[in-house]
Design a protein around this ligand. Structure first.
Ligand SMILES: [Zn+2]
Length: 291
């Protein structure tokens, strides 16, 4: 499957139970994100888990707008964030102290040292909502499980994996009792127990129908439509100009004198933006034209 493009998320449910699930598997979309910087493999893997996580979250939280997961900390990793919009455009980035040697295997808790996760829901029209999760577990999966139990108050389990080529995830959630179907009291325990036997190579190597067959061949699994995801950056000349303007007129004037223009590269997609004195004239007022 290594040569096949597969950037998919698919929902599933189990007949006769109140458990639903999601499975995501990405290769190209993930590779587009990690190739933007020279990431050490351990960071590629951690960023991959974040990418798989935002893809799952995207399909669970149904809003028109942008969802993001951002990790902030005081360790050698300063920022790690992924974002996905309603058209399944994914982007992500990690920033770390490049003077330090990155260990081959890293735990979220260690690299963030007292940090936290911020999960932000920004609807196109409406109020921004942010949920903060303290990083108490070692893994992103544990943090997300905690987030779901806080925000949706529904028992949820998450499995994530990434290897620098693919990233993938599996999500199970027990729906509220009123949606429960008759008769299968042990479904949640049984289905999560079976899912916890999933191996990294299965999560990253098997198509969804194969994976679910391997885990649940004795269950009645119902698969829903596949949705495709892709790398996509929401930067624009206008948004970058706004970021440049936030530097303030004194600093902008200095840059114009030193460099003749103001250059700004998008950190997510490496798109280069350049603003001339003319582009900034309205902002700076008439003085800029005569400096
Ligand atoms: Zn961009």
């Amino acid at each position: 499957m290594n040569n096949v493009t597969i950037n998919e998320i698919q929902r599933f449910s189990f007949d006769n139970s109140n458990v639903r699930g999601e499975r995501v598997l990405l290769n190209d979309a993930y590779q587009e994100i990690i190739k933007r910087k020279a990431y050490p493999l351990s960071l590629e893997k951690l960023l991959g888990e974040f990418v798989a996580a935002i893809a799952l979250l995207r399909d669970i939280v149904k809003i028109d707008g942008v969802l993001s997961i951002q990790a902030k900390g005081n360790g050698f990793l300063s920022t790690l964030m992924t974002e996905c919009d309603e058209h399944q455009n994914l982007r992500g980035i990690a920033q770390w102290d490049e003077s330090q040697e990155v260990p081959e295997s890293i735990s979220l808790k260690e690299v963030l040292e007292g940090g936290y996760l911020a999960i932000t829901i920004q609807p196109r029209n409406g109020q921004r909502y942010q949920g903060i999760v303290e990083i108490i577990g070692d893994t992103l999966s544990e943090c997300l499980e905690q987030y779901f139990s806080q925000s949706e108050q529904l028992p949820s389990r998450v499995w994530l994996a990434a290897n620098g080529a693919q990233c993938g995830g599996l999500f199970l959630q027990r729906l509220p009792e009123e949606q429960a179907k008759e008769g299968d009291e042990d479904a949640w325990e049984r289905l999560t127990h079976l899912a916890s036997t999933v191996k990294e190579e299965e999560l990253l190597g098997l198509e969804t129908s194969e994976l679910l067959h391997r885990l649940y061949h004795e269950e009645e699994v119902r698969l829903y439509d596949v949705k495709t995801m892709q790398f996509g950056c929401s930067c624009s000349r206008q948004r970058t100009l706004e970021a440049v303007m936030s530097l303030g007129s004194a600093e902008i004037r200095e840059l114009l004198i030193e460099q003749g223009s103001v250059k700004a590269d998008c950190q997510f997609c490496a798109e280069k933006y350049e603003f001339s004195e003319n582009d900034l004239a309205d902002f700076l007022g008439d003085q800029a034209k005569t400096h």
